[in-house]
Design a protein around this ligand. Sequence first.
Ligand SMILES: Nc1ncnc2c1ncn2[C@@H]1O[C@H](COP(=O)(O)OP(=O)(O)OP(=O)(O)O)[C@@H](O)[C@H]1O
Length: 590
Amino acid sequence: MNKLKEAIAYFINYLKPYWKGLLVAAVFVLAGTYAQIKAPLYLGDAISALTKYVTAALTPGGHASLNDFYQALLAMVLFYLLSEIGLVLSGLVISRVSSDSVGQMRLGLFSNLQKKTIRYFDSHQDGKILSLFTSDLDNVFNAMNSAVFQIFSQGVLFLGIIWMMMEKSLTMALVTMALSPLAILVALLIVNKARKQIEQQQQATGDLNGYINEQLSGQAVLLAEGQQRASIDAFAPYNDKVRQASQKGQFYSGLLSPLMQGFSLLNLAIVIFFGSWLVLHNGMDKAAGLSLIVVFVTYSQQYFQPISQLTAIYNPLQLAITGANRIRDVEQKPNEVNDGKKVAGPLKDGVVLSHVDFAYQPERPILKDVSIDVKKGQMVALVGPTGSGKTTVMNLLNRFYDLTAGEITYDGTSLADFDLRSLRSRVGIVLQESVVFSKSIRDNIAYGKPDASQEEVEEAAKQANIHDFIMTLPQGYETMVTGADNLFSTGQKQLLSIARTILTNPDLLILDEATANVDTVTEEKIQRAMENVMKDRTSFVIAHRLKTILSADQIVVLKDGRVIEKGSHDQLIAQKGFYAELYYNQMVFD
Ligand SMILES: Nc1ncnc2c1ncn2[C@@H]1O[C@H](COP(=O)(O)OP(=O)(O)OP(=O)(O)O)[C@@H](O)[C@H]1O
């Protein structure tokens, strides 16, 4: 119930700005429905007029005229026309309101995601986040566009028909409605069955997507190991589950309409039977009796339409509520806290980590009592076995996460006291897995400084040793980088990323050396690019190369989240400890 309330609150929030459109739609719906339930009365009048005409025509000396008949028939056609116009117009307004408000929801969701902490992205897979924008928002749109409209129009129609029938004849109204409790019960049972199948289908589709995703991302290994046949064989059960669930779902959903049709026909017979009985036994005037039967025949058919429509929208509505709750859940997850007010200026003294403890999950401490003191202009090389916490130290320097204990200071001020934007503008990061965006090479380099001049961009590219490569491309800096073509190798992506960092001129540099897939020529280029970017800067480098480590002012050796050794290369070799062992075994440099 809480989920329903939250979903409603979410919808209301986004529909509020469109209240005028909704009001117009409501007026059209009311007018259209009024015309729709009024029209059968004119049909009744027409039948009555026709009966009177026939009786008069058969009576010798009777005065017969078809005027009343024509008038009633014309009124009926006009009212049906009005009802169609009202419903079409309201449908148009509603679809405009829903696409506009879903557009706002999409924007709101994207803006919300931009405010989330890194922790949020750690614990939510990309595919799941993406499905918020695709299937969840689609479900919300479908519900707003059709379900909300249906609830309103069919609800009004349902109540309107009941009201009209009661006005016309209470007994006949009760006869017409007699079957409805049974029809509603059957419809709800079927809808419930279909819902369970839809849920199973969604679950099975999620598993299938997960399998496809894994197989495609591991395509190279799959081909290398000759596992195509096995991969196709393992696909079959996932596919089967989706097929079975969707077949059953379709079976139940498909039952609803013919069953309601059946109820409606049965009702028709009941109405005609009781109508005739009532007319014959009450000694009703022939014309009035015939008119009554025709009116109720029409109402009895109209009456089942909202029942089947309203039950059929139950499932899309459920999907939309689930979708809205998932989207709302993003809003409720914590945003990055930016309560620091200080503006970070150019680095004067240095950066100090003192007694830092940190855990991604409370029960699993990662960094324990880490202390590192870096003076302005120094280079620290972080070395250590895989999983020892090197990247984690880098993450904390940029305040991607808050510490569990201890403090990191920038010129003596705790990182938590700085305004995040101002702090991050002083810090430059080059990741091992460099990111390129679907933009031109120029815009990729100028990502952190969009107003940079072409000369500045080229100068940064030159320092990063990537300018010559860019110039070999026919469109040079204007070449578009798209995810699909592998324009850059891993090493070249890192050079591009170094150029991007050079351009922002950071005070503190965080660098994760690329190790994978780098040929010796590119490695040499990266080495020189790193030297250029580190010159006169304070830097933390996760170092894998001998050259970087040897030229470091300080080497910090991490093991299991603790600093176990600290000092210059010579000092650490002299200590004959872990580093010396690593060094002699050449493990650091592979
Ligand atoms: N986002 C995260 N959420 C939870 N645990 C994490 C996260 N990132 C890293 N860890 C865990 O923290 C530990 C240290 O990881 P970290 O990436 O800092 O090591 P590393 O020394 O950089 O390793 P490598 O040399 O392999 O890159 C690992 O056990 C890892 O599983």
